[in-house]
Write a protein that binds this ligand. Structure first.
Ligand code: GLN
Length: 456
């Protein structure tokens, strides 16, 4: 049914870069046969799932939305992909994204944008717009995303979906094509909080193949979400409203839904108060130094030899340097080149202290803001994005406007803490979904699921 629905809506939505029809049907038949034979299967066995194209998959191309990896089929599965296969989920295919996860709209995909199922003239968010649109358009009940500065949470918000960025190190990054290694996290995109919890339990937990993977024994996120469905789950929960993430520049309908949500929280017994995070105003600036620095280094591996396409220069000798330059020139899009230049500049001798070094200090200040806030409250809330889904082209000529869209989501990545976006209704002025962002201290992901399920 999902494959047929994909066929019906993909011409409009374009959420997928690759649909694995035959493999999905074969997997489904195998799971059915085992179930019929009386085998006891896990809770998500037989459930279809869409996979962001940033994740390595053995049997499907993995392009990260870039021409430079066109047609590349990895020799291994990402750990999260292996885990969903081991739990008998059914991979449907690979979803569209901004090239190398750089963007907030999927307009930077080398394969054309994804359209928001709520309004096809609008962006589905980014970079993981394909995963969020697939879930919102009922092409898949579950999807995997990756979040470096908001790429799970913001697409979830603007498509009326649920998205979770786990604690840094909580979910393996092995086989996730790296954007900024100190910020990247893989996580679920779903229609309900309980679905996200079920998927989190499948993909989460220690992985010896990821050197930054935490060795914690994690509680069941599913049990945490179920606890939130009980009466009184919000009673006495201390909720902090971040003053700096709800002010000027936020759309009226977004603010209105947020205020109403806060009133509902108080009515349900939560203790709502305002907290201040004075260094958040520098978060976007610090992020756009740290991210390009790490990305410029990570993307050095696309050298025309080890992965993907190779392009020879039109004339002159075929030296390795000239082949590499011609390949990278043809293979990378404008946004990727912009960030490689920014990052290389920020890391150059003599500039390190002024740019990268300063940004790392700001990162520490933001971590301290969070620590101070979490001394007073259990959870922090804000709108997930300042606006609802914007129209195609609106921010394409102005990278700064595109970057500022991430002001709400970036702080959690800089601090490594978990964040969730869940729907809080539609903005009255345009009828488009608005997302509530919830953040918890590092390792307290379960708290998000209890709260999210209660609010939902
Ligand atoms: N929009 C942000 C960026 O362009 C976030 C990207 C992400 O989370 N992958 O960097």
């Amino acid at each position: 049914a999902h494959l047929d629905h994909i066929d019906a809506v993909e011409p409009d939505v374009h959420a997928f870069l690759h649909v694995a029809r035959d493999a999905a049907l074969a997997t489904a038949a195998r799971v059915d046969a085992r179930r019929a034979a009386g085998e006891k299967l896990g809770p998500l066995a037989g459930v279809p799932i869409a996979i962001k194209d940033v994740l390595a998959t053995l049997d499907m191309p993995s392009t990260a939305g870039s021409k430079i990896l066109e047609g590349w089929i990895p020799p291994y599965d990402a750990t999260v992909v292996k885990r969903i296969r081991d739990a008998d989920l059914i991979p449907l295919g690979k979803t569209n994204m901004d090239e190398f996860a750089m963007g907030s709209s999927t307009e930077h995909s080398a394969y054309g944008p994804t359209h928001n199922p709520w309004d096809l003239d609008r962006i589905p968010g980014g970079s993981g717009g394909g995963s969020a649109a697939a879930v919102a358009a009922f092409e898949a009940p579950l999807a995997l995303g990756s979040d470096t500065g908001g790429s799970i949470r913001q697409p979830a918000a603007v498509t009326g979906s649920v998205g979770v960025k786990p604690t840094y190190g909580g979910v393996s990054r092995y086989g996730a094509i790296a954007l900024a290694s100190s910020l990247d996290q893989v996580g679920p995109v779903t229609r309900t909080v309980l679905d996200a919890a079920l998927l989190h339990d499948v993909i989460g937990g220690h992985d010896p193949l990821d050197s930054t993977s935490l060795t914690d024994a994690w509680p069941s996120m599913t049990a945490a979400a179920q606890a939130g469905l009980k009466d009184g789950a919000l009673k006495g929960v201390r909720v902090g409203v971040i003053k700096e993430l709800n002010g000027a520049g936020f759309q009226a309908g977004v603010k209105q839904r947020f205020e109403e949500t806060l009133a509902l929280l108080s009515a349900a017994g939560a203790i709502v108060s305002e907290v201040s995070a004075p260094n958040f105003e520098y978060a976007v600036s610090a992020y756009y130094l740290i991210l390009p620095a790490e990305a410029s280094s990570n993307l050095a591996r696309f050298d025309s030899v080890r992965f993907g396409i190779r392009v020879n220069p039109e004339d002159g000798p075929l030296t390795s340097e000239r082949v590499m330059a011609a390949t990278r020139d043809a293979g990378f899009g404008d946004e990727v080149k912009r960030r490689i230049i920014l990052g290389t500049y920020a890391l150059s001798a003599g500039y390190y202290d002024a740019y990268y070094g300063s940004a790392q200090k700001v990162r520490t200040l933001i971590q301290r803001d969070f620590a101070a806030a979490f001394d007073q409250v259990d959870l922090l809330v804000s709108p997930t994005a300042p606006t609802t889904a914007f129209k195609f082209g609106e921010k394409m000529d102005d990278p700064m406007a595109m970057y500022l869209n991430d002001i709400t989501t970036i702080p959690a990545n800089l601090a490594g803490i978990p964040g969730m976006s869940l729907p809080m209704g539609l903005a009255p002025e345009d009828g488009l979904p608005v997302g509530l962002q919830v953040m918890a201290p590092a390792r307290a992901d379960a708290r998000l699921y209890t709260f999210g399920a209660a609010v939902e």
